[in-house]
Design a binder for this molecule. Structure first.
Ligand SMILES: CC(C)(COP(=O)(O)OP(=O)(O)OC[C@H]1O[C@@H](n2cnc3c(N)ncnc32)[C@H](O)[C@@H]1OP(=O)(O)O)[C@@H](O)C(=O)NCCC(=O)NCCS
Length: 165
């Protein structure tokens, strides 16, 4: 399905129910929608971007600040409506979020996700290995927003409470 006009923009409070619907349908379960519902109004800093196709929300990405040895965000979740996949919508959301995070002075982004998908943006499992989280493993990756910023660093990452439920 093609869009005449696809824009990536920060989400607004009135987008919330459309965002939750995209998340719920994309994952086929309620968990990620619940996470978004709890994180967007959370006290932590967030980047929440939507993809809007001819006025309809078809994708969403959320990044939330986490406690880490560097100024860092967790990317989760990322969702694109099934009819609009494989059209670079997810990639545009991730790339826009990375640029926004850089502009806001963040130094790294952590993600738990598909290795092949996230490697294309520069995420690497090796970079994330020295950092401890409950969901350690090969799907846990990191991206440096400043070259070398994670080198020699290690430690526990503190995720906001909704991630731990
Ligand atoms: C994963 C998801 C966000 C990708 O969105 P999308 O808009 O289809 O992705 P893009 O069009 O930007 O894909 C870019 C590339 O990644 C590939 N790709 C897409 N989904 C992928 C996946 N799950 N694993 C590996 N590669 C994937 C595409 O084939 C495409 O490859 P190409 O550039 O070589 O043609 C979407 O499939 C989705 O919402 N899935 C359900 C929810 C989910 O799993 N979210 C991710 C949680 S980490």
């Amino acid at each position: 399905m093609l869009c005449d006009r696809l824009i990536i923009r920060p989400s607004r409070p009135e987008d919330q129910s459309a965002i939750l619907s995209v998340e719920r349908k994309a994952f086929g379960r309620a968990h990620e929608a619940r996470l978004v519902d709890q994180l967007i109004p959370a006290p932590q800093y967030t980047i929440s971007l939507v993809a809007e196709c001819d006025g309809r929300i078809i994708g969403h990405v959320l990044l939330t600040e986490i406690g880490a040895p560097v100024k860092a965000l967790a990317l989760a979740p990322l969702a694109v409506s099934a009819e609009y996949r494989e059209m670079q919508v997810g990639s545009r959301l991730v790339r826009a979020a990375i640029e926004m995070a850089k502009a806001d002075g963040f130094e790294a982004i952590f993600v738990l996700g598909d290795v092949l998908y996230y490697e294309r943006f520069g995420f690497s499992g090796k970079l994330a290995d020295p950092f401890s989280v409950r969901w350690q493993g090969r799907h846990f990756m990191a991206l440096e927003l400043k070259n070398g910023v994670l080198k020699g660093r290690r430690g526990k990452l503190e995720y906001p409470e909704p991630f731990l439920r």
